[in-house]
Design a protein around this ligand. Structure first.
Ligand code: ZN
Ligand code: ZN
Ligand code: ZN
Length: 377
C-alpha cells in the first residue's frame, strides 16, 4: 500500500464512519499517511483532509523545510503571528458543522480551540478511522518490522553470549549499553531498554536504575528502537521508523529449581500464544492460550498484564491481545506475545517476540534463543 492507496482507503473509511474531515496532528497517523512526522512542539501542525477536496498540511513555517517534497497534499506554512486554528476552520469551510475526526494524540489545546470555534461540530478520535487500517501491515511495513526485529535479535544474541557484561554493573549502565548496541545494529532511535535485576524484575516496566547486578540473579531485559528502511525515509531528516520490541530473561548463574520450573512454564505459555496467533482467531484467544498454560501450572496470579500489543510506527497500537477483545486476527496484524511471571520482592521473568499473522500462520519475527540463558559475565 503506497501513500496514495492509503489516502484512498482512509477516505473510504471516513465515508463509512460518516466523517466529513480528518484532522491529523501529532501521533503516528500523520507519518503513516504522509511520510511526515510532526515534532511534538506546542505549535500546531494539522493535516486537514476533507472527505472530498484536496488535503492541506498546516505546518509551522519553521518546520516546513522538514516536510517531504512530492506528498499527495498541499503544504500551507503558517507564520509566527498567524492563527493556525483560524486557518483550519477556513479550510474546513462548509464542513465545519459536521463530524470531524481528530488525532488521538493532538494536544488538548488544539482540540479545545477547535471545539470553541466550531460549536456545531461533533468530534471523534481519528483512530476510529485509521486504526483498523494501520493495524494491517503491508509488505513494506512487514519488511521494516522484520529488519527492526532482526536488529533487536542481534543485541539479544550479544546479551545471551555474555558480550554485554552484567555482574557488578548497574542496571542503568547495562541499559545504556543495550541502547548503544540497538543503534549500532541499525536502529535510528532507542525507544526504551528495561533492565530489571533480582527483585526489580518483578515490576514489569521497571526503569533501569542504580541497582548493581549480582551473581545468581534473574535479569529481565526488554528493549526496542525504531528503524526505517528506504521507502519511508523523507529527504530532509524526517524518518518514519517501525518499532522493535523484544524481551529476553537471563540468569547470572545457574538458575534455582524454582526459577527453572517457572521459566519452563513461561516458555510453554509464550509458544502456545504464538501458535494461537492465526488469521480468524480472536485477539483475546491468544491471551487465553498464554494464560491457560500459566493457570494450569498454578501461577495464574503471577501473570499480571495483558499478553500483547500491536506494533508499528508506535510501540503500542492496535490490536491489543487482552480478554474482551474479540477482534478477529487478520493477515498483516503485527503484535507482541509477551507473557510474564512476577514474584514481588524476589524476581520476575518475561519472554517477548513480535509476531505477524501470515497466510500460512503466525510468523515470529524474533528468533533469539528462547531458553533461559545463563550469562556468567
Ligand atoms: Zn510493556
Ligand atoms: Zn517489550
Ligand atoms: Zn512489548
Amino acid at each position: 500500500m503506497t501513500g496514495t492507496d492509503r489516502m484512498g482507503r482512509v477516505r473510504a473509511a471516513m465515508g463509512e464512519a460518516g466523517v466529513s474531515a480528518l484532522l491529523l496532528s501529532h501521533g503516528a497517523d500523520l507519518p503513516w499517511l504522509t511520510g511526515y512526522r510532526a515534532m511534538p512542539l506546542e505549535r500546531v501542525t494539522l493535516l486537514v483532509l476533507p472527505l472530498e477536496g484536496d488535503p492541506v498540511l498546516l505546518v509551522p513555517a519553521l518546520e516546513a523545510p522538514r516536510v517531504p517534497a512530492g506528498g499527495a497534499f498541499e503544504v500551507r506554512p503558517w507564520g509566527e503571528t498567524e492563527d493556525p486554528l483560524a486557518l483550519a476552520v477556513a479550510l474546513l469551510g462548509p464542513q465545519s458543522g459536521s463530524t470531524l475526526a481528530i488525532s488521538d494524540r493532538a494536544w488538548a489545546t488544539t482540540v479545545l480551540g477547535l471545539q470553541d470555534r466550531l460549536p456545531e461540530a461533533r468530534f471523534l478520535a481519528a483512530s476510529t478511522v485509521t486504526s483498523p487500517l494501520r493495524a494491517v501491515k503491508d509488505h513494506a511495513e512487514i519488511a521494516t518490522l522484520r529488519a527492526a526485529a532482526a536488529a533487536a535479535d542481534r543485541v539479544a544474541g550479544q546479551l545471551q553470549a555474555g558480550l554485554i557484561p552484567l555482574i557488578g554493573r548497574t542496571e542503568a549502565d547495562v541499559s545504556a549499553e543495550i541502547g548503544r548496541r540497538l543503534l549500532a545494529e541499525g536502529h535510528q532511535a532507542v525507544n526504551f531498554a528495561i533492565v530489571g535485576s533480582g527483585p526489580n524484575g518483578a515490576s514489569p516496566h521497571h526503569e533501569a536504575g542504580p541497582r548493581v547486578i549480582g551473581p545468581g540473579e534473574v535479569v529481565v531485559c526488554d528493549f526496542g528502537g525504531s528503524l526505517s528502511l528506504g521507502p519511508y525515509t523523507a529527504p530532509q531528516g524526517s524518518t518514519v521508523g517501525y518499532c522493535s520490541d523484544i524481551t529476553r530473561t537471563v540468569v547470572t548463574g545457574p538458575p534455582t529449581p524454582e526459577v527453572a520450573a517457572a521459566y519452563a512454564v513461561l516458555l510453554e505459555s509464550q509458544q502456545a500464544g504464538v501458535a494461537a496467533a492465526r488469521a480468524g482467531a480472536s485477539a483475546e484467544s491468544v491471551d487465553a492460550a498464554c494464560r491457560t498454560v500459566i493457570g494450569e501450572a498454578g501461577l495464574g496470579d503471577r501473570f499480571i498484564h495483558r499478553t500483547g500489543h500491536g506494533i508499528g510506527i508506535e510501540e503500542h497500537e492496535d490490536p491489543y491481545l487482552v480478554a474482551g477483545n474479540r477482534l478477529p486476527l487478520a493477515c498483516g496484524h503485527a503484535f507482541s506475545v509477551e507473557p510474564g511471571l512476577y514474584f514481588p520482592g524476589r524476581f520476575g521473568m518475561r519472554l517477548e517476540d513480535i509476531v505477524v499473522v501470515g497466510p500460512e500462520g503466525p510468523e515470529a519475527l524474533n528468533t533469539a534463543d528462547h531458553a533461559l540463558v545463563v550469562v556468567e559475565a
